[in-house]
Design a protein around this ligand. Structure first.
Ligand SMILES: [Zn+2]
Ligand SMILES: [Zn+2]
Length: 240
């Protein structure tokens, strides 16, 4: 569906969200969902009268199976390039499943569980990326005022797409799936929590006002600012 509050397409592909962002001549897609979700993607395009050929670029925020599961099928359908951070490229090329590191109790338990699951459950078909990034990339050539930037923390090579209008598509840099307004939260998994908070700061100072996460609903970036503030107040109170 097209988000009623925010002006972009959020497409639920299995357990994660993908986003379609409209440019002057076509669209870019952020992430490619769980495995076997290409039909859901096609249905969304059809419903909104978007020919697959209008998708001009796929940006992968990071190579976890729930963000690249349908990438090969979607790339074939749209016949467009895939962009990824150079640090994640070997994982995508090799179809390598990484069990992420737990950032909290729930994440640690889930990671432990996942390590014991049959690997086939989390497999994804390998894809050769077309654009491997080591620095920011402007989206000018796709008719979009914005850029792809490195926002490590959840994984070392995590990327976000930040538009000049303030929307940030962040993959799993933050999550927002708790009920009763308890989110947004730190994602349950992170390779480096310190680096993750630095990436939050980087996005905020680059002008992010809305965060569109890989799991859960988009939310105001202000909430990340508050979390960072309460975290530093907590650290300060421990010192006193
Ligand atoms: Zn992830
Ligand atoms: Zn995820």
């Amino acid at each position: 569906m097209k988000d009623p509050i925010f002006d972009f397409h959020k497409i639920r592909l299995g357990i994660s969200n993908s986003y379609l962002i409209q440019g002057k001549t076509g669209y870019i897609l952020v992430d490619a969902g769980d495995a076997n979700q290409e039909k859901v993607f096609v249905r969304h395009l059809k419903k909104h009268g978007i020919p697959p050929g209008k998708v001009e670029l796929i940006v992968i925020t990071h190579v976890h199976f729930d963000h690249v599961g349908s990438l090969r099928a979607i790339k074939r359908l749209c016949n467009c390039p895939v962009a990824i951070h150079e640090k994640e490229a070997p994982l995508l090329r090799g179809g390598v499943v990484v069990i992420p590191t737990g950032a909290n109790l729930f994440g640690k338990a889930a990671a432990c569980l996942a390590r014991n699951l049959p690997r086939g459950l989390m497999r994804f078909p390998p894809v050769e990326p077309d654009i491997t990034l080591s620095e920011d990339l402007s989206l000018d050539e796709f008719g979009i005022a914005g850029r792809i930037m490195a926002t490590p923390g959840h994984t070392e090579g995590s990327l976000s797409v930040l538009l000049s209008t303030g929307e940030a598509f962040v993959g799993d840099l933050a999550a927002n799936y708790l009920p009763f307004g308890l989110g947004p939260i730190l994602p349950p998994f992170a390779e480096d929590v310190g680096e993750l908070f630095e990436s939050w700061k980087k996005l905020l100072s680059a002008g992010a006002t809305i965060i569109a996460p890989g799991h859960g609903r988009p939310f105001r970036a202000e909430l990340l600012k508050r979390k960072l503030l309460s975290k530093s107040l907590l650290a300060l109170s421990k010192k006193l």
